[in-house]
Design a protein around this ligand. Structure first.
Ligand SMILES: [Zn+2]
Length: 102
């Protein structure tokens, strides 16, 4: 079974899962463990003013190992969507915050 995990334009540009606009960005990533330790990495700014910050994250992964969450922002609708990769018993579950309709 194949599920289209990401809404993509024909040239593989990421589209907003909420409104379908192509002006998206991924600038926040959370990595957490099943024991409750984690890290949030946030990138901001543009060009010479861009920076990346990391901060401790107190979140418990849903699986037995680790969980990686990518956050997708949209300039058009300002909705933040997420795509989580949850590792559990040697498998990786993909969990999206949106439905297939976008
Ligand atoms: Zn949008």
């Amino acid at each position: 079974m194949t599920i289209n995990a990401l809404p993509l334009r024909d040239d593989h540009r990421l589209l907003c899962p909420n409104c379908g606009d192509e002006h998206t960005w991924v600038n926040k990533v959370d990595v957490s463990s099943s024991s409750g330790s984690g890290l949030r990495v946030i990138a901001s700014g543009e060009d010479d003013a861009s920076i990346v910050k990391a901060q401790p994250l107190r979140a418990t992964a849903n699986g037995r190992r680790y969980e990686v969450v990518l956050y997708i922002g949209c300039e058009m609708c300002e909705q933040e969507s997420s795509l989580a990769l949850i590792q559990h018993k040697g498998e990786t579950e993909v969990v999206r915050s949106w439905d297939d309709e976008a």
